[in-house]
Design a protein around this ligand. Structure first.
Ligand code: SF4
Ligand code: SF4
Ligand code: SF4
Length: 237
């Protein structure tokens, strides 16, 4: 099992074992257990000891070697501290800044982007006509492929009770294009949004999507709070 933090339960998948209800009755609070990686070994520097006596040539050479070794320790400590700061953070999208430009799907170094759509069930209206699910002018309000906005069929639509429907994201199929997010933000409650999934992201030093993002929506966030969640789960900002 990976030691990387994964999307908290309730953000991307409906919790199992509960009766499904429309928004406003019972929400699905995101539950995130902070994941803490083991600390990197730190280099302990030997205390420099200098003689007050006159230094012989041999001692001078020895002292030079010690100095070089201290410099080496210093460089190693600097390297480790840089590595520690990288390992202590993760790239994440601020959903309030994202303008759904589409680059999350095309600019990740991974063949299929590490960015996925997640769903805040507590914010969702469970609408029959979900503007994150349906094309702008659907032929029918049903699950026919021709009516769906998602290019990969990653959104599942399930009837709950009249007039409510539940929408859930299949993370394996989602490519992070943000089309559903745009639809949901334009006419719905904004319960669909994009997040970098840390069970996929390889935490590049410089995230190529962050570089390409026209909205500066990418940020480095603490490893202990690696998601910027909307709704009841919002705790990472
Ligand atoms: S690149 Fe930035 S603005 Fe575009 S979809 Fe990704 S986070 Fe949103
Ligand atoms: S429309 Fe795009 S972002 Fe939304 S679920 Fe489908 S693939 Fe993912
Ligand atoms: S850090 Fe790398 S793997 Fe992660 S989202 Fe950015 S480009 Fe993709």
């Amino acid at each position: 099992m990976s030691d990387e933090p994964s999307i908290p339960a309730g953000e991307n998948q409906r919790p199992t074992g509960e009766r499904r209800r429309p928004a406003g009755s019972v929400g699905h609070p995101a539950q995130h257990s902070p994941v803490i990686e083991p600390p990197l070994p730190s280099a302990s520097l030997p205390a420099a000891q200098f003689s007050r006596h006159a230094i012989s040539r041999r001692e001078l050479l020895k002292s030079g070697a010690r100095g070089a070794s201290l410099l080496g320790f210093g460089a190693a400590a600097g390297f480790l501290s840089g590595r520690e700061s990288k390992d202590a953070t993760r790239w994440q999208i601020d959903p309030n800044q994202c303008i759904q430009c589409g680059r999350c799907a095309t600019d990740c170094v991974l063949e299929v982007s590490a960015v996925k759509c997640v769903h805040s069930y507590g914010m969702c209206g469970y609408c029959k006509l979900c503007t994150g699910y349906f094309e702008p002018e659907p032929i029918n309000l049903d699950e026919g492929a021709e009516n769906q906005l998602c290019p990969t069929g990653a959104i599942k639509r399930e009837f709950i009770e009249d007039p409510y429907y539940e929408y859930s994201i299949n993370k394996e199929l989602c490519v992070g294009c943000g089309k559903c997010v745009k639809g949901c933000n334009m006419f719905g409650n904004g319960s669909l949004y994009l997040q970098v999934c840390h069970d996929r992201c390889i935490n590049c030093n410089i995230c190529s999507i962050a570089t390409a993002c026209p909205a500066q929506a990418f940020h480095q966030v603490p490893l202990t709070k690696p998601y910027l969640l909307r709704g009841k789960g919002a705790s990472a900002k």
